[in-house]
Design a protein around this ligand. Sequence first.
Ligand SMILES: *Cc1c(COP(=O)(O)O)cnc(C)c1O
Ligand code: SF4
Length: 349
Amino acid sequence: MTHWKKILQNSVNNPATLARHFDFDCSALEPACASFPMRINAYYLSLIKSVNDPLWKQAVPDPMEVNDSICIPDPLAEEKLSPVPNLVHKYPDRVLLLVANECAMYCRFCTRKRKVGTAMMQITEESIENGINYIRRNQQIREVLISGGDPLLLSDKKLDSLLTRLRSIPSLEVIRIGTRVPCTLPMRVTKQLVNILKKHHPLYINTHFNHPNELTPEAAKACTLLADAGIPLGCQTVLLKGVNDNAETLKALFLGLLRMRVKPYYLFQGDLTKGSNHFRTHTSCGIKIMRRLIGTISGMAIPTFALDAPDGKGKIPLTPDYIVSRGKKLSFHNYCGQLCTYPENGDPV
Ligand SMILES: *Cc1c(COP(=O)(O)O)cnc(C)c1O
Ligand code: SF4
């Protein structure tokens, strides 16, 4: 098997090179590629079947990225919520620590596309050390989410050092890694990597798959290695127009993830990220999809549909409405639309 670094080196990072593989007008994509970096590694490229298929849309620049007059560069106000650079402290008991500025593939809808993969994202040994010290000083922080960019693009040695330093903080209970590598470059998940990760339990990984075509034998193997090392796996999917915005696609994705021992965790409404407006759906789209899935498939396969509120106000669940009225009896629809009631405590049945 080709080493993951080779596969990564062998990435397409401009439209003209992509035009050697597919028939399309590459000059139309140049402005978007100049504004936001492009990287499609050889593995992910091999999964794209045709121009404009659901994987193409995630990876290939779109002319619409540069005429988005609605969205904003930092919709979650991450910069404002950073007490030290590259650490976002939004909730009382957990923080987001950015430790890498590269990804195995640059997603066109990335919330952090203002800086990921560009010189705007300055991650240094010093910024990481300052982040670790912030966590050490603030003992209410129980959990750290390590993200980026993609933390699993760090070398094994750097990751081990980072995890060891975090584990030396007594008040820190849980380490969570956010990574798209099991989906976009599964060969990165090696036996050696997993042996490092499992030294630092309780360690969770939330990965990111958006379409059933990403559920390949290679991805399944990566997830098996991680799950066999006792690492609980979750998935944070983004609801994307033209990619996965229908119940059939998401049902296949969530059930497929469950078979790979990955628990669907969040389905995110698209953020207001500049350059990604063309991916946004109406919130009613996601709610309708959830309404169709809840109850008809295993609850284990059902993520929380959530909106990350603008300006860093936090994640808000967007749940279908089942309740019809709240009197002496609660009246509600069940998953298949039948009207049901439940007498509240103290009221006659
Ligand atoms: C999403 C997020 C978290 C984690 O939220 P959970 O609901 O626990 O998954 C933590 N910090 C920041 C800044 C986040 O954006
Ligand atoms: S892997 Fe994550 S951080 Fe990297 S480009 Fe995709 S969404 Fe952004």
